[in-house]
Design a protein around this ligand. Structure first.
Ligand SMILES: Nc1ncnc2c1ncn2[C@@H]1O[C@H](COP(=O)(O)OP(=O)(O)OP(=O)(O)O)[C@@H](O)[C@H]1O
Ligand SMILES: [Mg+2]
Length: 278
């Protein structure tokens, strides 16, 4: 079977050529916090070319919760690096809040990363010698916030993620789930428009993972952020407004919440059947 690339234009909401008035078009664009257009990325490894992304078109609306699903090596992290401004595409463009990130110099890109995006990684990526509080303060200090304000805000965020009693613990003195909560608080430090979470539950047991996803979902509403999360785990899809399936560097399917509810219901009832049998 040849995988067909799903082009977002194919599924667009009726905006045919010339059909959308300019004002509507501007409103539509403003609603998209991220647009990837024809993004390609090729890595060279030992003289061999690895086509990590083969032309990805993806627009993500403000306040959407999008999960990126796909097998290992399908290009999820590569796509994250592109839409998070951590790497640049070989071809195509990435717009963050309608800014073409290729047009930014290093200083502007660093500013955008610091203020617009919060990052959460599978391995937490906390500073090991710093306390939970200092870890959360760090992006605010980079952003130029006075230390006392950063301290207050970090403590508030840590209380919000349920760690008010662990402010001074270092990462080694926290469980995996607690460390990821610190990372969630850190991601929210500068009130980002976008939270990017690359396999945020990959190193956690199922229950702790579900708690992190539920936390991300509730914070999305509270902090008015867009959440984009890569995951392998079908159980984690319930929180999603949309799931984007990546296969071998291409988007091969996109499912919306309504379809997912049906799918999720089936998964749940299969689980129930399994429980009844056991
Ligand atoms: N720095 C690199 N140099 C060479 N090849 C790379 C590099 N980074 C990724 N790749 C290759 O690009 C492809 C996509 O990798 P990517 O890390 O984006 O996959 P992924 O979907 O995130 O996988 P996983 O679920 O295992 O994290 C893979 O074939 C990988 O080996
Ligand atoms: Mg990855």
């Amino acid at each position: 079977m040849t995988e067909e690339t799903i082009n977002e234009g194919d599924a667009a909401d009726g905006g045919g050529a010339g059909g959308v008035a300019e004002a509507d078009r501007d409103a539509l664009l403003a609603a998209h916090v991220i647009r990837a257009v024809g993004v390609k990325k090729v890595y060279e490894l030992g003289g061999e070319k690895v086509h990590a992304l083969r032309g990805v078109d993806l627009s993500i609306a403000r306040r959407e919760y999008v999960s990126i699903m796909g097998p290992s090596g399908s290009g999820k992290s590569t796509l994250f690096n592109m839409i998070g401004g951590l790497d640049k595409p070989d071809e195509g463009q990435v717009f963050i809040d309608e800014v073409d990130i290729a047009a930014l110099d290093n200083f502007e890109l660093a500013w955008l990363r610091c203020h617009k995006i919060g990052y959460i990684f599978q391995t937490f990526n906390l500073i090991l010698v710093a306390s939970a509080l200092e870890n959360v303060m760090m992006p605010m200090m980079f952003g130029g916030m006075p230390e006392a304000d950063a301290r207050d805000k970090a403590a508030g965020l840590l209380r919000r993620v349920g760690l008010g009693h662990r402010l001074l613990n270092k990462p080694s003195q926290l469980s995996g789930g607690q460390q990821q909560r610190v990372a969630v608080a850190r991601a929210l430090a500068n009130d980002p428009a976008i939270v990017l979470a690359d396999e945020p539950t990959g190193n956690l047991d199922l229950k702790t993972g579900e708690e992190i996803i539920a936390l991300l979902e509730s914070l999305k509403h509270e902090f008015d952020t867009t959440v984009i999360s890569a995951t392998h785990d079908h159980k984690m899809l319930a929180a999603s407004d949309r799931v984007v399936y990546l296969t071998d560097g291409r988007i091969t399917d996109i499912k919306h919440r309504e379809e997912l509810n049906i799918q999720f219901g089936q998964i749940e009832s299969q689980d129930d059947d399994a429980e009844e049998r056991s």
